[in-house]
Write a protein that binds this ligand. Structure first.
Ligand code: NAD
Ligand code: TYD
Length: 350
């Protein structure tokens, strides 16, 4: 019997990389990808593996309790890798309730369905919750987030992810559900919806549109190539210890403004524009409310315990990422048409 693994949110950015990796690498698993296909979910992201015989797509909303219970009864998943979520901070500021619903209640509905299925025998079962470093709040100029940094979320997005982490732990303690949680830093790479900084700015540079940098641009993020995140998820899924948390990061801090300048330079060269052309598109705009100053991860635990480290430098990863968007202009056009245009106009109106 093949092990049945449910991956939620597999049609999104990180989820599609995880699904691709597991479907291609593990013939002894059957991968079920459950996704509601919100604006962020796109089956085009999985075209290359969709007809593999160890893969099944299930369209469904994690907020639909009856549907989730029915699906769990039918397929009896052995393990879950839970990525489905509302994931964009700016959207969480305009629609906080949606974030509470999907990220907190949706996670609880999955936890509950899994608990009801296996509560009498947890052998070889696992609920793996994919979370973010944003639950730890904001760092000042120095210091790093470790696994014991107290939670201190500032945005509705990070508060909803923090809450879902707490519920996963609570199910682990109360119902003895085996679980692991990973808290990862900012990801970048192919298939990322162009509302997040890197793909948004690549798309704007391609279209000679302004590059809306929030505030003074002196905010710092720790960037990780998405393929390296998928490698880490693979390792933690197989070798992570029950009830443990692992931080995942790129050892790679960049101030937004420096990162944007690097992107401009790489794109000018790749597009055979005079170096300096794209930088002229930089426009400083009104800051994001509650903007976290700095995120930086201490990823030594996953390095020491599981032997993981990033496989590419940032310059290489960024260059590969830009090449991916340049070779997938139809994907970019498809994702930035329709409703995205309304979102863009309302988010960047001032
Ligand atoms: P994404 O927004 O690209 O994808 C989210 C996916 O979840 C989409 O396919 C969407 O259709 C699906 N989804 C949303 N609501 C759903 C619902 N109610 N029911 C079923 N499916 C639903 O997000 P991402 O960037 O790939 O992030 C995936 C996970 O990783 C999230 O849990 C996020 O919090 C976490 N994470 C993201 C980052 C990052 O930098 N992007 C960093 C650390 C952690
Ligand atoms: P983002 O990609 O939204 O990720 P997160 O908020 O989860 O870190 O943003 C990364 C950084 O870039 C963050 O400091 C906000 C900033 N940013 C801008 O300056 N302009 C933009 O248009 C966007 C989307 C982000």
């Amino acid at each position: 019997m093949k092990k049945k693994i449910l991956i939620t949110g597999g049609a999104g950015f990180i989820g599609s990389h995880v699904v691709r990796r597991f479907v291609s690498k593990y013939q002894n698993y059957h991968i079920y990808n459950l996704d509601a296909l919100t604006y962020a979910g796109n089956l085009e992201n999985l075209k290359d593996i969709e007809s593999e015989n160890n893969y099944t797509f299930l369209k469904g909303d994690i907020n639909d309790e009856a549907l989730i219970n029915e699906i769990f009864k039918k397929y009896k998943f052995d393990s879950i890798i839970h990525l489905a979520a509302e994931s964009h901070v700016d959207r969480s500021i305009s629609e906080p309730l949606l974030f509470a619903k999907t990220n907190i209640l949706g996670t609880m509905i999955l936890l509950n369905a899994f608990k009801n299925l296996w509560k009498d025998n947890w052998r070889d079962k696992l609920f793996y919750h994919i979370s973010t470093d944003e639950v730890y709040g904001s760092l000042k100029e120095t210091g790093l987030f470790t696994e014991s940094t107290p939670y201190d979320p500032n945005s509705p997005y990070s508060a909803s992810k923090a809450s879902s982490d707490h519920f996963v732990r609570a199910y682990g303690e109360t119902y003895k559900m085996p679980f692991v949680i990973t808290n990862c830093s900012n990801n970048y790479g192919g298939f990322q919806f162009p509302e997040k900084l890197i793909p948004l700015f690549i798309n704007n540079i391609l279209n000679n549109k302004s590059l809306p940098v929030y505030g003074d641009g002196n905010y710092t993020r720790d960037w990780l190539y998405v393929v390296d995140h998928a490698r880490a998820i693979d390792l933690v899924f197989h070798n992570g210890v029950n009830k443990e948390t692992y931080n995942i990061g790129g050892f790679n801090e960049w101030k937004n403004i420096d990162l944007v300048r690097l992107m401009c330079r790489q794109l000018d060269i790749k597009l055979s524009r005079i170096v300096g052309t794209s930088e002229k598109l930089i426009t400083f705009i009104k800051d994001r409310p509650g903007h976290d100053l700095r995120y930086a991860i201490d990823a030594n635990k996953i390095h020491k315990d599981l032997g993981w480290e990033p496989s590419v430098t940032f310059e290489e990863g960024l260059s590969k990422t830009i090449d991916w968007y340049l070779s997938n202009k139809t994907w970019l056009e498809n994702t930035t048409s329709g409703k995205y245009k309304d979102y863009y106009t309302s988010q960047y109106k001032s």
